[in-house]
Design a protein around this ligand. Structure first.
Ligand SMILES: Cc1ncc(COP(=O)(O)O)c(C=O)c1O
Length: 401
């Protein structure tokens, strides 16, 4: 029989052209300097207002020095997966430093936060178990859940009545679910709002469920000295069983991590496939992450600085008439409605030297396009005033204020 003629690669271009037609493609900007409050992007000097580098640790001299020194000592790479020959003393020191910072029995670091979620979550539940997930959870949580054989149920964003409904429904399952896990972002990255973690923990306790929080945007920002959302709500490790986070945001480097009991750590490094079957975090990166934690431990005022900048920016923007959504953190959405308005406003302020990106469908619902501003500790009043002035002119030009 003659083989069917196939072109396995034609869809690369077709799909890309469709994205362009529908205005859904990413147009990449190029950062030509370090990620500082003022940096060079596409040949222009601009104020950076869309980085996750909340505490400016990416360029902190102690963090950079630690990376250079460890690279000189250990080389550029670990030479293997941590599970085989690449588990260096610097990785173990990082794990212990993080657990100390989190005031927890144990932590385990992964190569990225995405890999932590995608590796650990599928191991938490199998056939006969249930994941319960907030509808706005991060893609790495969604993918992690998809990789498991467990049932899944979605509750409306932060809606505790809906979560209770889902859990009551789950009680009727026959045979009874063996394990139930409630998974939530701590800070929701598109809106900057917080998960109602105490209420989630209470419902979890009533239903014998585990609680897993992804604190990627809460670390370095929330809680005592930036210890994150569990600290912010003064919850215990019996109430929140797995705290997941990343070194790619406030810590300014890269890497993922989980924190909880010693049992959790032992389980995770024996089961999570992204940890077992992928190369170890480079030693220079591990040393930089450890240094970033230490810098934060000895400079908790960095956290206050980012909050003060947030307060000032929010007050000024609201006084101008901008809608800043439901944010409770230094992620400040400027709600624009239609995608075109968000794009036009981002382009306008770009011309004025402000780097922000429009967040449009499908990242957010069609009529909830926005610009997501992220404040950092080292934005000065001058930087913020320049941005506010640009938004004022741009907001008038696009008819938002
Ligand atoms: C909520 C959340 N979880 C996980 C991640 C992934 O973290 P990482 O950059 O370390 O892969 C991100 C990053 O975008 C995030 O916002």
């Amino acid at each position: 029989m003659a083989a069917t003629k196939r072109n396995p690669t034609a869809f690369f271009r077709e799909e890309y052209e469709r994205l362009v037609r529908e205005g859904l493609n990413w147009e990449l900007r190029i950062l030509e300097s370090a990620c500082e409050p003022v940096c060079r992007v596409d040949g222009r000097e601009v104020i950076m207002m869309c980085a996750n580098n909340y505490l400016n640790l990416a360029t902190h001299p102690k963090v950079v020095k630690a990376m250079i020194e460890a690279t000189e000592k250990y080389g550029a790479g670990a030479g293997s997966d941590r599970s085989i020959a690449g588990n260096m003393d610097i990785h173990e020191e990082l794990d212990r430093t993080l657990a100390r910072f989190k005031r927890a029995p144990a932590s385990l670091t992964f190569q990225t936060g995405f890999m932590a979620n995608e590796g650990l979550i599928p191991q938490l539940a199998d056939r006969g178990d249930l994941f319960v997930s907030d509808e706005l959870n991060h893609g790495s949580i969604i993918d992690g859940i998809r990789l498991s054989h467990a049932d899944r149920a979605i509750y409306k964003h932060k809606d505790m009545a809906d979560l209770e409904r889902v859990l009551n429904e789950a009680e009727k399952h026959d045979p009874p679910y063996r394990r139930i896990w409630i998974i939530t972002d701590g800070v929701f990255s598109m809106d900057g709002d917080l998960a109602p973690l105490p209420e989630i923990a209470k419902l979890a306790e009533e239903h014998g469920a585990g609680v897993y929080v992804d604190d990627a945007h809460g670390e370095g920002v929330l809680g005592e000295g930036g210890r994150g959302i569990v600290s912010h709500f003064r919850l215990t490790r019996d109430q929140v069983h797995i705290e997941m986070g990343t070194f790619s945001k406030a810590f300014g480097v890269i890497g993922g991590h989980i924190t909880g009991s010693e049992d959790l750590r032992n389980f995770a490094y024996n089961k999570a496939r992204t940890w077992l079957l992928s190369g170890a975090m480079p030693p220079g990166v591990a040393a930089a992450c450890k240094a970033a934690i230490e810098v934060l431990e000895s400079n908790p005022q960095l956290v206050d600085m980012v909050w003060e900048n947030r307060r000032y920016f929010m007050e000024e923007m609201q006084a101008l008439g901008f809608d800043t959504g439901n944010t409770e953190t230094p992620i400040v959405p400027i709600m624009c409605g239609r995608s075109k308005t968000a794009r036009d406003l981002a382009n306008y302020v770009w011309q004025e030297g402000i780097f922000v990106l429009p967040i449009v469908y499908p990242m957010v619902p069609r009529e909830k396009a926005r610009i997501r501003v992220q404040l950092c500790a080292k934005h000065t009043r001058e930087h913020l005033d320049k941005a506010i002035e640009a938004f004022k002119k741009g907001g008038k030009a696009v008819g938002l204020i």
